[in-house]
Write a new protein. Structure first.
Length: 579
């Protein structure tokens, strides 16, 4: 057997801060061969990215590293023992890395072409014209549209998927022996994610590269990985061939990661979470439990089974939202971008309606126009019979008590300077809910408990919470005014699958208690199918398909919807596991 291209032996990493020490990686060993794609899977904080960054010596000075990282087949060298100059000659050249967030990895003040050309000229010592030609070839290789035009475009002018392709082109510019991909598809549309995965796999096969692919979702790597390592709290708890890990997982944590994803789960059943499978600290394994009365968001799938007394809460009539494009000589818009184009639908009381589509299809614009955060060009938005487009600001302000939104980015929607208790308390003060601050604080404490947070968290700041906890805080704030209608805008898209399961279960519980009606916006059909009773599919500003969740998910009629369903990562694997 050939020697491995990269061999990690007994790797341990600790961080020392203010006299305290925390272990991020604990005595891990694994190999990566040429032409092999190794996936490292685990939740946030499991040590996946720290392991990857240690390979290229990109960790901060506070990191204490022990172990060996041997690179090369004939005469392997320990990367930890290389000088700064020598490791620089390897970074981006022999070992390249694609970071999770392309917008922060690309310099916003330089064109995409310049940044790739810079990497080529730095490592290959070629002239500007040669670097330019190679950049165009790389853009073609990663299937970017109009490669020559993209040379002069800035990162903000590209979509998320296009920016990620630029990062892949940059990583591939020097034909690396090892490619490290750190969550390269997180929060991307499922169709874009599928093309990026296929692209990385094809480049790996063409160049016989070793690839380390980091992700929190086993489904993402089900079809591309040769080998899977499962990490939990800094340790590799299981590793093996992909088919063995997916079809016969041995460790309870691996079983939990497979089970907690909505794809393949029966509608209306409570999603399993990691704690259902294992309590590692206590050293005990637990069989997942399924409550007899599993709370559910789903109303009957057959519309004829709905109660006759069901009321229409929201009605959208011929809604248009147009944004000005090019302007003429006199400054007036000569062209318009139709973000929402003649959309009509209704939401009945108790419905959870899923709004699905790729980035740029208009779903978020539609959601914000319902809230009057974006003014529609024309059409009607009727909430409980009142047209929001014809309502005065004062009346609309009072109606906002009944109409709340949970945004995609919980950290961005919380003020970092005020405590989470005050953040939840604020809407109660603004709308003069309850008699005094003591009663309002008691209400906030009650809400914190309802979203499974401790009342002692009242005086903590947003940065002191994990992503899943921050999303719970945003949900508590949205529920503070007891709204009759909620909009969830990609509220679980960037969460770990286990945290996502916890949030979806929480929504089930809260729906049962508060009885709200909602629109759930997402690009992931598997999540929408699980949580919603009706689905609307949006494409280029129009609703191209609608129906019950089962109809749209299992029997899609529109070609675009079929593509969305087929792009769900690991869908076949999960269906086999849960059948």
């Amino acid at each position: 057997m050939n020697a491995p291209l990269l061999s990690i032996k007994n790797l341990s990493i600790q961080f020392n801060n203010d006299g305290t020490s925390s272990t991020a990686v604990s005595n891990n060993s694994f190999d990566v061969a040429a032409g092999e794609l190794v996936a490292i899977v685990g939740e946030s904080g499991s040590g996946k990215s720290v392991t990857a960054l240690s390979i290229l010596q990109l960790l901060p000075k506070q990191a204490v590293i022990n172990g060996e990282i041997l690179f090369g087949q004939d005469e392997p060298v320990d990367l930890f023992k290389l000088s700064h100059k020598k490791i620089n000659s390897i970074r981006g050249n022999k070992i390249a890395m694609i970071f999770q967030e392309p917008m922060t990895s690309l310099n916003p003040v330089f064109t995409c072409g310049y940044q790739v050309m810079e990497a080529i000229q730095l490592h290959q010592k070629v002239n500007k014209e040669t670097a330019k030609q190679k950049t165009i070839e790389l853009f073609e290789k990663v299937k970017l549209p109009e490669p020559e035009n993209l040379l002069t475009r800035y990162p903000h002018e590209l979509s998320g998927g296009q920016k990620q392709r630029v990062m892949i082109a940059m990583a591939m510019s020097c034909n690396p022996a090892i490619l490290i991909a750190d969550e390269p598809t997180t929060a991307l549309d499922v169709t874009v994610q599928k093309t990026i995965l296929e692209l990385i796999k094809s480049l790996q096969e063409q160049n016989n590269m070793g690839v380390i692919f980091i992700t929190h979702d086993l489904g993402v790597v089900a079809d591309i990985a040769d080998k899977i390592l499962v990490m939990h709290k800094g340790e590799i708890v299981e590793q093996g061939l992909t088919k063995d890990i997916l079809h016969a997982p041995q460790h309870p944590y691996t079983k939990a990661l497979l089970a907690c994803r909505p794809a393949g789960q029966p509608k209306g059943k409570r999603l399993p979470v990691v704690s259902d499978f294992i309590n590692l600290e206590a050293g005990k394994t637990e069989k997942p439990t399924e409550p007899e009365d599993s709370p559910t968001l789903n109303t009957p799938q057959d519309p004829s089974e709905k109660p006759e007394t069901q009321n229409t809460v929201l009605e959208i009539k011929n809604l248009h939202v147009h944004f000005p494009g090019k302007k003429n000589l006199f400054g007036k818009a000569s062209t318009f971008f139709k973000a929402v184009d003649d959309v009509s639908f209704t939401v009945q009381q108790g419905d959870i309606v899923g709004l699905v589509g790729e980035s740029g299809c208009g779903k978020t614009t539609l959601g914000r126009s319902i809230l009057q955060l974006i003014k529609p060009t024309s059409g009607k938005i009727l909430l409980n019979g009142k047209d929001l487009t014809q309502t005065s600001k004062e009346v609309l302000r009072n109606m906002r008590k009944d109409l709340q939104i949970v945004f995609q980015d919980p950290y961005g929607s919380l003020n970092p300077r005020i405590t989470i208790g005050d953040a939840i308390l604020e809407p109660l003060k603004v709308h003069s809910v309850l008699s005094n601050n003591k009663q309002r604080k008691e209400k906030v404490m009650e809400l914190l408990e309802k979203v499974s947070l401790d009342t002692s968290h009242f005086n903590r700041y947003p940065h002191q919470f994990s992503g899943g906890q921050r999303q719970r805080i945003c949900i508590a704030r949205a529920l503070a005014l007891n709204p009759s209608f909620l909009i969830f805008d990609e509220s679980v898209s960037a969460l770990d699958v286990s945290v996502q399961a916890q949030v979806l279960n929480l929504l089930n519980d809260l729906k049962k208690e508060f009885g709200f009606t909602a629109i759930f916006i997402s690009h992931d059909l598997s999540v929408v199918h699980y949580i919603c009773n009706r689905i609307l599919v949006m494409y280029k500003g129009k609703i191209v398909e609608e129906g019950t969740a089962d109809q749209v998910y299992h029997h899609p009629k529109n070609e675009y919807t079929q593509n969305l369903v087929n792009a769900i990562p690991g869908k076949t694997v999960y269906n086999v596991l849960h059948s």
